[in-house]
Design a protein around this ligand. Structure first.
Ligand SMILES: CC(C)(COP(=O)(O)OP(=O)(O)OC[C@H]1O[C@@H](n2cnc3c(N)ncnc32)[C@H](O)[C@@H]1OP(=O)(O)O)[C@@H](O)C(=O)NCCC(=O)NCCS
Length: 201
């Protein structure tokens, strides 16, 4: 058992939940009818940081509704969790839990990138947005995305960016995301055939 695994094996948050409490969500409230918010997401729902116990609350099963997850063992999960936590102020994986079922039913991640640009500023990136298919259409997608936006603003990011499938452009536009002049449709990728289970990090 590695040191990282031991460190992350207790039930612990990836980041301080107090940060979510401090993020200013009021300007997004008008987007919701009926009104929901980070602190009041709805009956038996809780918005919180990813927890090391979420391996057993269906977090990876939820992510598999977004893309291929593969076989991630409990130990791999805890090691990745510990590594993310060690990268201070970088990974803000945020989830919605159904507290009756003890199941993670929504998730999104804010990655904070340190820059030399913009007066040594920080830039946010929205990643891995997903809501369990049996909970969709209840504003929880909007809630988790705007939670991340509020978090990015609270932390002091000068902007937040995302990549998405074409069909989701209207969804993100409705939440304030916009193409910058001359930058529509220019997300580009190189995919590698590198061994999937080996990293030289
Ligand atoms: C995209 C996703 C997170 C939306 O979650 P949701 O809880 O159903 O979203 P909401 O209920 O908050 O819907 C908000 C609005 O977005 C629209 N919307 C939701 N999903 C959409 C989709 N797939 N395509 C286009 N519009 C969509 C809704 O119609 C709704 O519009 P309205 O406010 O005018 O009624 C969810 O469909 C999902 O997890 N999809 C699979 C994973 C995925 O594609 N993630 C995004 C990766 S970029």
């Amino acid at each position: 058992m590695s040191g990282s695994y031991r460190r992350a094996s207790m039930d612990e948050h990836l980041y301080d939940p107090e940060i979510l409490r401090r993020a200013n969500f009021t300007k997004y409230m008008s987007k919701f009818n009926p009104r929901i918010s980070i602190m009041n997401p709805g009956d038996n729902l809780l918005v919180r940081p990813l927890n090391s116990g979420d391996y057993d609350r269906g977090f990876l099963k939820l992510l598999s509704q977004l893309t291929k997850v593969g076989h991630v063992t409990r130990e791999q999960f805890h090691e990745r969790f510990a590594t993310m936590k060690e990268c201070k102020n970088t990974y803000f994986v945020t989830v919605i839990e159904d507290t009756l079922l003890h199941e993670v039913i929504g998730a999104a991640t804010l990655v904070v990138e340190q820059k030399f640009l913009h007066d040594a500023g920080i830039r946010g990136q929205l990643e891995d947005v997903v809501v369990n298919n049996t909970y969709r259409g209840k504003q929880l997608g909007k809630l988790i995305v705007l939670t991340i936006v509020a978090l990015a603003e609270h932390l002091g990011c000068y902007k937040i960016v995302l990549n998405c499938k074409d069909k989701l452009i209207p969804f993100y536009k409705s939440l304030g995301y916009a193409f910058e002049p001359g930058q529509s449709n220019n997300a580009m990728t190189i995919r590698f055939n590198a061994p999937q289970f080996q990293s030289n990090l």
